[in-house]
Design a protein. Structure first.
Length: 439
């Protein structure tokens, strides 16, 4: 569907001689299930193109994307929380029923803030995300991981998403944000369709339903903040509250809410997707799965290669604050740019033989899956910790695990967040290596 042929951006793209790619459709197959072969062709033929479908300039090469990420003075992250499909008027009416909910969703939330305020705020809220603080989470991550594997280890089959990595990242995030475990359902309901809302082509009905879920979650956040105020801890939400109390000019009270609401979303679906994609990559290449089972010191680099090969955030956006140039294309002021991280990570000019999954690849960690520069993912140490513990425990307890053959993997129809909805696996429980794990 070509919707924006006559937009000002389309006119600027035409004037700049930028190729048009009406065949770019990130919401549907075949791109949805395999974006990489389409992107390989685009990267070599039209590395920067204009997409009439989404009315964006689309950037596909590693160097260009890296430079854009590293230049926040020219390329602003401000569109990050703007839905790709503008809300329907009835959706705005739905939001209006829920007090300040819409302000929490679209308000400043670090990831969409410009300098210099962004760095001033980021520095203040970094302490709970420092590697030494995050390391304290390891015992909890291992406890949750053990608990979930215990539930299915004797069964002989599992959905490694639903039964394993779907809930644990939420529970870890709760711990980080000071949210009691029993409140899990609020986050689940809120985030279920959030990727579709922000990055898809949701129907009016889906958008309206989402507005109701966000509204209910916004009210939950208000209650959570009020409860924590009575007894502040060392969690991220308490850090935000202290920050706001001490420096309301730099960090107004509204931001405690917008940060909390958006952090709750940022931190778990991505980790679930990265882990689930990693299980597929490793189990589809038995030799590499076997290598990890025999030598767990290979896991950290395997995780970097998993993130390079299948980034949980396949694309991210920026807006040009002034007229500029990317490659040989003139970009007008105000242009929206889609940075396709999944393409950058497979650029042969940066990663030799990029379509080969190789857990010993020496430079895998230079992927752009966490971004790079001022806005680089604050939660990366948390995600890496979780993915490591999941793989350590799964390879220790179920090294003979296999993927159910011929299964089709499903992906949410959106232009950014990417991970298989289910990963079905089987094994013979009588062969489980730990005696206590056998039926
Ligand atoms: C594998 C999992 C994850 C991936 C792939 C991922 C990816 C990203 C990306 C691409 C960005 C935007 C970078 C930019 O705009 O330049 C980002 C920002 C961010 N992420 Fe993550 N993320 C993950 C997990 C997490 C977790 C677990 C948390 C929290 C516990 C988190 C919190 C954040 C925050 C707060 C930002 C905004 C940082 C800033 O703008 O200064 N992320 N992440």
């Amino acid at each position: 569907m070509t919707t924006n042929a006559a937009s000002p951006l389309a006119e600027a793209a035409a004037a700049a001689g930028c190729p048009f790619r009406p065949d770019f459709d990130p919401f549907d197959d075949p791109y949805l299930s395999d974006p990489y072969s389409w992107l390989a062709e685009a990267r070599s033929q039209s590395p920067i193109f204009y997409s009439p479908e989404i009315d964006y300039f689309v950037v596909t090469r590693y160097e260009d994307i890296r430079n854009i990420f590293r230049n926040p003075e020219v390329f602003s992250p401000s569109p990050t929380t703007e839905p790709m499909t503008p809300p329907w008027p009835s959706t705005m009416e739905e939001f209006a029923k829920w007090g300040r909910a819409i302000q929490y969703v679209t308000g400043p939330t670090l990831v969409n803030e410009d300098e210099p305020e962004h760095m001033m705020r980021r520095r203040r809220i970094t302490p709970p995300f420092l590697p030494k603080t995050v390391a304290l989470l390891e015992e909890h991550v291992r406890e949750y991981t053990t608990d979930y594997i215990d539930r299915f280890v004797k069964r002989g089959h599992a959905d490694l998403v639903d039964d394993f990595v779907w809930e644990i990242p939420v529970r870890v995030l709760f711990r980080l944000m000071g949210v009691p475990d029993e409140d899990a359902h609020y986050v689940k309901e809120f985030t279920a369709e959030r990727a579709l809302f922000s990055w898809g082509r949701p129907s009016e009905e889906v958008q309206n339903r989402m507005a109701g879920e966000v509204g209910a979650f916004a009210q939950y956040c208000e209650r959570h903040i009020a409860r924590l105020r009575e007894k502040l801890g060392d969690d991220v939400t308490s850090t935000l509250i202290r920050f706001s109390d001490e420096d309301p000019e730099l960090f107004p009270e509204l931001m405690v809410h917008s940060y909390l609401l958006n952090f709750m979303f940022a931190g778990h679906e991505t980790t679930t997707s990265g882990s689930a994609s990693g299980f597929i990559n490793l189990l589809q290449d038995r030799k590499q799965w076997q290598m990890v089972c025999e030598d767990r010191s290979l896991i950290p680099n395997a995780i970097e290669e998993i993130l390079r090969f299948n980034p949980p955030i396949n694309a991210w956006h920026r807006r040009a604050l002034k007229a500029t140039q990317v490659g040989d294309i003139a970009i007008p002021e105000g242009a929206r740019l889609l940075l396709v991280i999944g393409s950058a990570n497979r650029d042969p000019d940066r990663f030799p033989d990029p379509d080969r999954f190789d857990i010993t690849r020496p430079d895998a960690k230079f992927h752009l899956s966490f971004g790079v520069g001022n806005h680089t993912c604050l939660g990366a140490p948390v995600a890496r910790l979780e993915m490591r513990v999941f793989l350590e425990e799964l390879t220790r307890r179920l090294p003979h695990l296999e993927l159910v053959p011929d299964q089709q993997f499903e992906f949410s129809p959106n232009a950014s967040f990417r991970g298989p909805r289910h990963v079905l696996a089987t094994w013979d429980p009588s062969q489980n290596p730990l005696p206590q794990d056998r039926p």
